[in-house]
Design a binder for this molecule. Sequence first.
Ligand code: NAP
Length: 512
Amino acid sequence: MTLICVPVFVNSQTDWRQQIDAAQKAGADLVELRADTATTDEALAALAHGPLKKLVTLRSTDEGGKDSRSDAARAALLTAALERGAALIDIEFAAYQRSPELRALAAKAGDRTVLSYHNFAHLPADLPARIDAMLAVPNAVVKIAYMPANLRETLRGFEFNARIRANGRASIVLAMGEHGVISRLLAAYAGQYLTFATTPASGPSAPGQPSVDDLLRTYRFRQQQPNATLFGVIGHPIGHSLSPHLHNAAFAAVGFAGIYVPLLIAPDYDSFANTVDDLRTHLRIRGLSITIPHKENAIRYAREHGFTIDPLSQHIGVVNTFDFNQAPPLALNTDYAGSLDALVSAWHGQRESLAGKRVAVLGAGGAARAIVAGLAHYGATVVIYNRTLARAEELAAEFNNKTGKVVAAPWANLCKSCCEAYINCTPLGMYPNIDTCPIAESDISFSPETVVFDTVYNPLHTKLLKLAQTQNARIVTGSEMFIRQAAIQFKHFTGHDAPMDVFRHVMSKKLG
Ligand code: NAP
């Protein structure tokens, strides 16, 4: 079992007792006592505090810490810690090489030694050779921490981890920072000895550390299996994506052994293509969600790699899903399907019931494009209102008379509109600009049959939806669109119907 270890800085300025207690309460297995600036008495008192096992670390200034003791003084404190019951002691490999005292201590501590190497600047070219040199030290757990420049360098860490484990040794391989997050989230999947995580009381000791709560609840760390199938969402930025919360909660609900992680990839096509190639080579990736700014990169990749592309997605020109369960893999756009499903739910109908309906689409950007394509495909009559009329005209011309009729109209004409549904595809109303609204109250009156659909999902109830509610119109939230597009992905990824109640619960918990 991969352990969860919470770093706690021990010195006279920190409330280390409370932090050790908080780690235990959060469900951690181990505490790392960072005693860089602690006195011997403080370090030994912290070692004796509470039932959790302890890893004692004196991180030198050379490797990102604050310990300025001599090697001999460090060896003396670590020896005392070992004798007083420390489960593990950290000895830096560089110090091990130069210090006879630390070499003797490592020999005595055996597999209670964590032999460590840190590089906060980059992934050094000689890391494989360094790992081999570290493996020559008998029995010690081998710990490597480096700063990757991108996700591809993080994926190298899975190779390093395998190399250490192939030698029969316990491994800790951490890629730090925003690009390295999956090295921590997938530590149990990779069979690492331990990974580091935070509690609200302790905060991170290195960039990119998740919380114990995230590991245990969102990423189901205790259930991670080495044969689990992996999924992820690619974007830039990606840290705030709700998709990992949705899909992991749904995996748990249906008993599916999958793990879904955020994947940060730089916006350019080469970064996208090379990283997706590496993900497919190095991890058991079975499906990917793709979000801003990569949806066009994704369809190009799908075309260049001979994927099957769903015909309407082909026409829309962007995809947001790769399904590697199929051979060849399938690329599709679940945004249009999710938005249509959300819309027709207000009429309790199927997508086919859109034929002949008059629908106003507000905006002519990426979201509007997918929705207009879907509406036109199912025979609706669409009026596109956009701030920049020319853009609306271009979009209308592209999809007009495919099945339904699509026309453009100036934004100012919105007040004269008499459609059966209004779909906001602009960011108006979105956090933090929650007081903005695409339609002024004085400009329009909705009937109780009118459907008002806001694709904005943060906040859940936008100003536009509140206005519609005061006029007793039917409303559809952006959250409903988001979960319905995720539900289509989930079905492709797992073969199971998505547990919509779980999705809705996660969204309302996250968005209040
Ligand atoms: P986009 O490509 O940048 O397009 C934005 C559109 O909004 C453009 O037509 C733009 O008009 C218009 N616009 C922007 N600011 C405006 C303003 N102040 N007044 C009037 N019109 C304005 O963005 P997108 O990717 O289509 O995303 C649009 C919204 O859709 C997002 O904010 C997001 O909330 C929502 N969305 C939701 C989901 C979901 O699952 N619920 C999924 C995707 C998107 P111009 O052409 O004149 O610039």
